[in-house]
Design a binder for this molecule. Structure first.
Ligand code: FES
Ligand code: FES
Length: 162
C-alpha cells in the first residue's frame, strides 16, 4: 500500500477571500487554484515554465503559478484573473483588451492580463520597452502581440483617466 503523504496546513488569501486547507507538499499553486479552489481561469499551457498562461500575482508580484508550490503561498495574498472584475464590471485592463482585440482564442489571456496588472501597478505609464519586457514570459500561440501591446497601452490610459 502506498504511504500517505503528510499534508501541510496553509492559509492563503485568494482574491480577498481567506482559505485554510491542508495540502500535499508537492501541490503546485496552479493546482491549488484550479483543483482545490475551483478557480479555473488560471490556465496551464505547458509543463516547462515557459508559456505564462498560469501567471497570477503572489504578494503583488507576477509569478508563474506552475513553478510555485502551494505551501510557498502560505500566509500570502494571491490575485487571479477572477479577482479583476468587481461587481460584474470588467476591470479597465479587461475592458481595454476587449476593445482593442487583445485576444483571439483567449488561452493565454488570463496570464497576459495578470502580467499587465503587475506592470501597471509598478509603471502606470509604461514605455513600449517596459510593456514588451513585462509580457516576455507570456506566449501567445495566436501571435496577437501587436494588439496585446495596443491593449496594454489603452489600459494604462484607461486606468490613468479613471
Ligand atoms: S503553465 Fe506554462 S508557464 Fe505555467
Ligand atoms: S489569444 Fe490565443 S494563445 Fe493568445
Amino acid at each position: 500500500m502506498p504511504e500517505e503523504t503528510e499534508r501541510i496546513p496553509i492559509t492563503v488569501r485568494v482574491n480577498g477571500k481567506s482559505h485554510s486547507l491542508a495540502v500535499e507538499p508537492r501541490l503546485l499553486l496552479v493546482e491549488l487554484l484550479r483543483e482545490e479552489l475551483d478557480l479555473t481561469g488560471t490556465h496551464i499551457g505547458c509543463d516547462t515554465t515557459y508559456c505564462g498562461a498560469c501567471t497570477v500575482l503572489l504578494n503583488g508580484a507576477a509569478v508563474k503559478s506552475c513553478t510555485v508550490f502551494a505551501v510557498q503561498a502560505d500566509q500570502g495574498e494571491v490575485l487571479t484573473v477572477e479577482g479583476l472584475a468587481q461587481d460584474h464590471k470588467l476591470h479597465p485592463i479587461q475592458e481595454a483588451f476587449a476593445q482593442n482585440h487583445g485576444l483571439q482564442c483567449g488561452y493565454c489571456t488570463p496570464g497576459v492580463l495578470m502580467s499587465t496588472y503587475a506592470l501597471l501597478a509598478r509603471h502606470p505609464n509604461p514605455s513600449d520597452a517596459q510593456i514588451r519586457k513585462a509580457i516576455a514570459g507570456n506566449t501567445c500561440r495566436c501571435t496577437g502581440y501587436q494588439n496585446i501591446i495596443k491593449s496594454i497601452r489603452a489600459a494604462a490610459r484607461g486606468i490613468e483617466g479613471s
